[in-house]
Design a protein around this ligand. Structure first.
Ligand code: G16
Length: 548
């Protein structure tokens, strides 16, 4: 096959010219920003995915058009490598350079990527594309597809799907069906079969009730949950809210519930302690919440899911008589209460890595069973080939190992999958006979708070030690340390977001009041030392801040 790179430039000039001179950066999960500036980035990512497939011998690469938890005007792109992982780290800079090059230099730049990486441009290339339900996603998906076509690659469009579904299709196709069928029906079938086999006819057990509210964030997750329910045999009673009638993620969804520590909009009146679930716009994150009989909001976040799952899996391994290594991976956002519980009560090795599932996934691969969750509800569990072989062999004689095999099928190992994670939590709670009170009683969270600070250039903040220590601006970390030392059980860190144009501040301390005060003190330090935009933050006890 002969390829004329002039076509790459011609397409760009005619249909996807670069319309912004502001540099874009591959962030925590790909490129993200205002949709009107992303057409050229999308087109170029179609080109990049085609080259990436060629260098990987024609294996399928995924391109997901979504801005996930961001507000409606934003969009973004996530690239999926052949094993369902996020794009290999060494290609992130290739992606950034390609996204920023001028149109007139595009042809020469693509030629350079090809020669630098010794890519056989005549070989076959396969790219799967999917999108969320934002109104600009179809336009941006077409740009990705045109990028593939410009380099004569094969493109398969899946339309509106969740991000984890696209990860699933990529792995299913690359393993020739061993992981499942690379279709929407194949995905539902695999997860529902595992869930219903595990549940059997025991729909309730002990304190566990078969009923929950599902906040779909007006995103893809709502649509797909409804599809799940159509295909399930009443094995789970779910009421779906925020189905798509409002704006995606606006006052709803996992990010809102976690960061604001409040129920989503549209909540029906439910009995105290009813289990409620929130997913984000592309359904790769999930958190649980409920309201107690005093009307207080209570959160069960990614840390809670991780500890519930780790505890369950450890117990299953004992019952299966298997000696496999298990580790839990968190980020700096993990609540100190959860880390203490994992290390001291569960006695599972726990690691801390920078934000972004790409980092957690990578670390989790070091264990036979790697459980990774960010506090925001993004995570999954991965089993090594060795672990799978041993569990399979054991299942010949041990009924618990048979259950564990179904659990593996229920988990979308490729990346965090809100619906798969939720079905897993439901399975575990049912098997333990637990309600949300039982689950919450396992350990106490320290009060915590996150703030977003607008600064002129968030890149002035650089960090080290899994983002727990701020390196620049010089003096900021010392100032934070000084402030933190005044608070009992105080901990705080700052880092630039990789998905929004803000600096994030995290604080936790012994009491809610102290946590708020610590967060605002640190927020003001960022504002003063890192070029804050607008007036300083004012503690909400005094007046409402414009920065949250
Ligand atoms: C993405 C990443 C997550 C990360 C989140 C926030 O989530 O996949 O791993 O925790 O961004 O990142 P940051 O704090 O850098 O903005 P999503 O669900 O938005 O794709």
């Amino acid at each position: 096959m002969s390829i004329n790179l002039r076509t790459v430039y011609a397409f760009a000039r005619e249909m996807y010219p670069k319309n912004s001179s502001t540099p874009v950066q591959y962030g925590t999960a790909g490129f993200r920003g205002r949709a009107e500036f992303l057409d050229s980035v999308m087109y170029r990512m179609g080109v990049l995915a085609t080259l990436r497939s060629r260098i990987r011998g024609g294996a399928v690469i995924g391109v997901m058009v979504t801005a996930s938890h961001n507000p409606e005007p934003d969009n973004g792109v996530k690239l999926i490598d052949p094993k369902g992982e996020m794009l290999e780290a060494s290609w992130e800079s290739i992606a950034t350079d390609l996204a920023n090059v001028e149109d007139s230099e595009l042809e020469a730049h693509v030629a350079k990527i090809i020669s630098d990486n010794k890519i056989d441009v005549g070989s076959s290339s396969n790219v799967f594309v999917g999108m969320d339900n934002r109104y600009h996603s179809p336009r941006l998906l077409k740009a990705v597809a045109d990028g593939v076509i410009a380099l004569k690659g094969n493109v398969r469009e899946f339309g509106i799907v969740t991000t984890p579904m696209l990860h699933f299709f990529v792995v299913a196709a690359n393993t020739r069906g061993a992981y499942g069928q690379p279709t929407e029906e194949g995905y539902y079938r695999k997860l529902i079969t595992a869930f219903e086999t595990l549940r059997g006819d025991k729909l309730e057990n002990g304190n566990y009730r078969n009923k929950l509210i599902f906040d779909g964030a007006n995103g893809v997750g709502a649509r797909k949950m409804l599809q799940f329910l159509k295909r399930m045999h009443n094995s789970l009673q779910v009421e779906v809210i925020n189905k798509g009638d409002g704006k995606i993620n606006e006052n709803c969804g996992a990010d809102h519930v976690k960061v604001k520590q409040a129920v989503p909009i549209g909540m029906p009146i439910v009995e105290p302690y009813t289990r409620c679930v929130s997913v984000d716009g592309d359904a790769d994150r999930v958190v649980y919440f409920f309201t107690d009989d005093a009307g207080h909001f209570r959160l069960l976040d990614g840390d809670r899911i991780a500890t519930l799952v780790a505890d369950y899996l450890m117990d299953m391994l004992k019952r299966c008589d298997l000696d496999l290594s298990m580790g839990l991976v968190q980020t700096a956002y993990a609540n100190g209460g959860s880390t203490d519980y994992i290390a001291n009560t569960l006695k599972v090795p726990v690691a801390c890595v920078p934000t972004g599932v790409k980092h957690l996934h990578h670390k989790a691969l070091q264990y036979d069973i790697g459980v990774y969750f960010e506090a925001n509800g993004h995570g999954t569990i991965i089993f090594s080939d060795n672990a799978k072989c041993l569990i399979k062999a054991q299942s010949e004689t041990n009924p618990n190992a048979k259950i564990l095999l179904q659990i593996i099928d229920l988990i979308n190992e490729t990346v965090g999958d809100a619906i798969s994670d939720m079905l897993l939590v439901e399975t575990i709670l049912n098997s333990k006979g637990w309600d949300v009170k039982d689950w919450l009683a396992t350990y106490d969270d320290l009060p915590n708070l996150q703030l977003k600070i607008k600064v002129q250039d968030r890149n002035v903040i650089t960090t080290t030690d899994a983002e727990r220590v701020c390196v620049t601006p010089v003096g900021l970390q010392e100032a934070i340390d000084k402030v933190v030392s005044n608070y009992k059980r105080g901990r705080a860190f700052v880092r630039p977001s990789g998905t929004e144009d803000v600096v994030r501040v995290y604080a936790e301390a012994a009491t809610k009041d102290e946590t708020e005060s610590l967060a605002y003190e640190v927020g003001n330090l960022v504002h003063q030392l890192a070029g804050g935009v607008g007036p300083e933050l004012i503690h909400p006890g005094k007046t409402i801040s414009a920065h949250i």
